[in-house]
Design a protein. Sequence first.
Length: 412
Amino acid sequence: MLKRIILFIPVIVLSACLEESSEKLDKKAFTRIYDNREFYSSFYAIDMKETADGGYLILGGKTEVLKEGGESQNVNTPLGVYLLKTDELGNIVNELELDEAFSYPIGKLNQIGDSFYFFCMDAGKNAVLVNVDQTATVSDTVGLSSPITLPLASSVVDVTSTPGSGSLLLLGYDNGTQESVVAKVSTAGTVSDERRFYTGAESPIDNLVIRHANREGTQFPFAVGQASANTYFFNGFIDYTFSLVFTGLSEDEDVDGIVNGQQENAGFSNVLPISGQTFAISTYNFGFNFLKPNATLNMTGTTSVTDIQSTAFSFPELESNARVKAIRAVVNEKNVILFGSNTKSGQIGLYMYDEATGEFLSSKYLGYSNPFEIAALVQTTDGDFAVAGTTYIAGRLPRFCLIKVPKDEIKN
């Protein structure tokens, strides 16, 4: 079922201090690019978590150009599941590629207790739950008790003070019935509270979602999560439009509140619950991007994403309909929101705001020479930040990258 790969992967190391290198300094700031001698293979980062030993676990995908008789056919294999484990300095500890029967992994890389969980697809496009330990060793792969097709996004919900508590929330799509599907999934793969939301007949949504899932077209910022104890949300298609939906998951079409987008052309690119109806959000609108660290969202009515954009910060430096990541963090005893996104110049931009006031505090740009794209952003146990992403060597070979950023470099 699993195949372990051992590849010669030279690591390009760029330290913040080239003349005075020490382990202490290297832990604070480094950039690692994981090159690979497989010229016809491409590696894309999807998510990343810090592990208990201070290292990092990166979830990603690998695809390669099909060859026949030694000649390239200009067709790629399905995106396979690829995991990379590093130590606290970003040095490779372990790497693993799942059997080709499993493909198209999705975020998030969800942690419950000491284990990590994520979803991918089997050959029938059904969601498969994968359990990974802290060393990038796969403990189990299980099909779901009730099949959910075309998995798009996941997160951890219903976490209590009990260690190891929580379940997974999965967003999928049923192209047979034109429905977005949201369901809870236990760590054993048992499905509960499966609810369906009609997306509309004779619309282009089927094609948009299938191409997204196959990584052939526009990559939509699908998301699913928990806003409060009994309120969940998904960012996806409903009634012909890419919208943010709040639901209690009590029945099919259970919509407590909705923030409508504009078909597939405008909507949320990131949704981070803060407290009550306050969220840190980012939105896109026909190529333009907006950030707002303390937006108040109506969770029980009908509103439009354009209403929120009128009071948000516009970021023309970001690429069209940019991918955005956001986290809550603490810097110098201050609660902050840190956004990460991709700029038109091929760098990763980090933007810090005061969580309480929404005041802009600082920014920093990561990347050099080659284009860089963000996949994940975390605050590490030492208070600094780590960014995982994809960079393109020589502008054309996608490879994982991992960047450690001292918190003092992006403070006010």
